[in-house]
Design a binder for this molecule. Structure first.
Ligand SMILES: Cc1cc2nc3c(=O)[nH]c(=O)nc-3n(C[C@H](O)[C@H](O)[C@H](O)COP(=O)(O)OP(=O)(O)OC[C@H]3O[C@@H](n4cnc5c(N)ncnc54)[C@H](O)[C@@H]3O)c2cc1C
Length: 394
């Protein structure tokens, strides 16, 4: 039977963003109810490569990545449960075209206290012995990087939020956000009406569809991005660390003990018309192409077996950075969406930033500012600019 419910804050979307926000708000004793139309991590999060790096090209995102890494490194004590963080290290490989940008970025990252440096080719071969590096000009290494398990992370955020009093409804869709006199008063869901003065739209690629009936146009384009998996023969070398290879425009990392997971750093996704219906498999041509790139970089992978692949969905904004804002100010309608290809690693920081925004009280120790992610930047044509043309890096 449908029933009416109240909450101080309703979060729409049970991905890594919504659950991290739920945890942070519940930790501040806010009565929060998260509504997820399918199940936790059913959206982009469940298909995320979950690479964790601090390699960003502006100070704010670098700080967010640094803060978040600290949470992943101490997940059991800070959050509880597990993120299954694998600290493999992270390498960036660039050709002459991106060398100046890389050097600038490394200097910026070092200035905010990130443990990273430019390395020589012999150092590179020591870290990743099976690499072929003749065409490289410059490489940088971040020893604290790695990857995690996005589903375990989301589940752990949700468990920790529940333990602090948050309620989570799965299999429940928000049909409409209801506003009266320019203020949020509640949401209509498939389980009934929830009366609330605050809604946070964490629905990523679905976020524009939730905002549109309120007259708010969110520039978030759903895109299909592919992943290919390769299995090395047991006696041969395979990549050990997470690598962003800008020369071949791929990234790759170990996936469990046997596989190498490979994706693209180029902005080569295909637009998706309906986020509920897209081709979630990988194309044969894509698997062949990235397999060839991987084998060029790691000749030992030439004889690796293709283990197929899959596609996931990014919610992409024009500058590949999210919108974290209240729209319009004072309405109680908050948006934290459009994390494009890099929202997983930032999620611990984003949860804090959302809680700061909704409670209107910043956590002073975190030094996380959200002005960069304001909605008005699109209308003002003041987009966030990176130092590479690979927007996914941020
Ligand atoms: C293939 C791939 C690789 C990636 N690799 C990385 C990486 O290596 N590192 C990194 O940092 N990031 C990566 N990302 C990006 C990162 O995973 C995403 O930015 C992040 O997971 C977004 O999380 P989210 O919670 O904002 O959105 P989502 O996980 O998409 O969650 C949105 C949720 O909202 C729910 N929802 C939608 N509409 C409604 C409604 N009306 N009512 C209720 N619920 C609703 C959906 O079911 C969904 O569960 C990758 C993404 C993909 C797809």
């Amino acid at each position: 039977m449908a029933h009416e419910q109240t909450a101080e804050v309703v979060i729409i979307g049970g991905g890594v963003t919504g659950t991290s926000a739920a945890l942070q708000l519940a930790s501040r004793r806010v009565r929060v109810l998260l509504v997820e139309k399918k199940f936790l991590a059913a959206g982009s999060t469940g298909r995320s490569s979950a690479v964790i790096r601090q390699h960003y090209s502006n100070e704010i995102t670098a700080r967010m990545a640094k803060y978040s890494l600290g949470v992943f490194q101490n997940f059991a004590s800070i959050v509880g449960g597990t993120a299954d963080f694998n600290n493999t290290g992270f390498l960036v490989l660039v050709s002459a075209r991106d060398e100046a940008g890389l050097r600038e970025n490394i200097a910026l990252q070092q200035s905010v206290g990130i443990n990273t440096k430019i390395i020589s080719l012999p150092e590179l071969r020591e870290i990743e012995p099976s690499i072929a590096a003749t065409d490289l000009v410059t490489a940088a290494y971040e020893p604290e990087g790695g990857y995690a398990d996005p589903v375990a992370t989301t589940q752990s955020f949700a468990d920790a939020a529940r333990a602090r009093g948050a309620e989570i409804w799965q299999d429940t869709r928000v049909a409409r956000v209801v506003m009266e006199r320019e203020r949020v008063v509640g949401v209509e869901t498939t389980r009934g009406f929830i009366s609330t003065p605050n809604v946070i739209n964490c629905a990523n690629a679905w976020a524009p569809g939730i905002a549109a009936p309120l007259g708010i146009s969110l520039p978030i384009q759903p895109e299909r991005h592919q992943i290919a998996l390769f299995q090395q023969q047991p006696q041969r070398e395979k990549p050990r660390v997470v690598i962003g290879d800008f020369v071949h425009q791929i990234y790759y990392r170990p996936e469990g003990p046997a596989l190498t997971l490979t994706g693209s750093v180029a902005p080569d996704g295909q637009p998706i018309a309906n986020p509920d219906e897209y081709n979630s498999s990988a194309d044969d041509e894509y698997i062949v192409r990235v397999g060839e790139c991987l084998a060029e970089r790691h000749p030992a992978m030439t004889h690796a077996f293709s283990k197929g692949g899959y596609s996931g969905m990014y919610g992409v904004t024009p500058d590949w950075h999210p919108i974290i804002d209240e729209i319009p100010q004072g309405s109680g309608f908050f948006v934290a969406a459009g994390f494009s290809g890099h929202g997983f690693k930032l999620s611990p920081a984003v949860g804090v930033m959302i809680a700061d925004m909704v409670t209107r009280q910043a956590q002073p120790t975190a030094q996380l500012e959200r002005a960069l992610f304001r909605y008005a930047r699109f209308a003002e044509n003041d987009l966030v600019r990176g130092k590479y043309e690979y927007s996914i890096i941020g």
